[in-house]
Design a protein around this ligand. Structure first.
Ligand code: 5GP
Ligand code: ZN
Length: 122
């Protein structure tokens, strides 16, 4: 649970080796503002320990991931998304995950977001 990947950008952010605008931090979690926000509120919530993706999350991580989900609403409200937000976990190639350190996007603001995903009509 305490893994660190020296090539992982979010591990470096978690350790303060790369600066970030933090919204919340404790021993095991960090929330910081996305560098390329897609909405007025765009936070990334991460475990400090390196876990590559949701595929790698097991029962052992349940308390930690539960805490991340529990933080999402509180931080969304605090940061200006008090009337709804979206929590997204992009996973793997198909999910277009760019940073291989599991993270929950918390996206919102005063106005409704666009559609979640473009419908392709399956
Ligand atoms: P993904 O596509 O993996 O779900 O999302 C990765 C997110 O990390 C992107 O929204 C991207 O803007 C953000 N990001 C990538 N590098 C950095 C960084 O160095 N600092 C911050 N704050 N966000 C980053
Ligand atoms: Zn990492």
């Amino acid at each position: 649970m305490n893994g660190f990947d020296p090539d992982c950008i979010f591990c470096k952010i978690a350790r303060g080796e790369i600066p970030s605008r933090k919204a919340y931090e404790d021993e095991e979690l960090l929330a910081f503002h996305d560098i390329r926000p897609v909405a007025p509120v765009h936070l990334l919530l991460i475990p400090k320990a390196h876990v590559p993706s949701l595929y790698d999350v097991t029962d052992a991580h349940a308390p930690l991931m539960g805490r991340i989900m529990a933080m999402a609403g509180r931080l969304a409200r605090e940061q200006g998304a008090a009337d709804g937000f979206r929590a997204i976990v992009n996973t793997g190639r198909v999910g277009r995950q760019e940073v291989m350190h599991v993270h929950v996007h918390v996206i919102g603001g005063p106005d409704p977001l666009g559609p979640m995903i473009v419908r392709k009509g399956f």
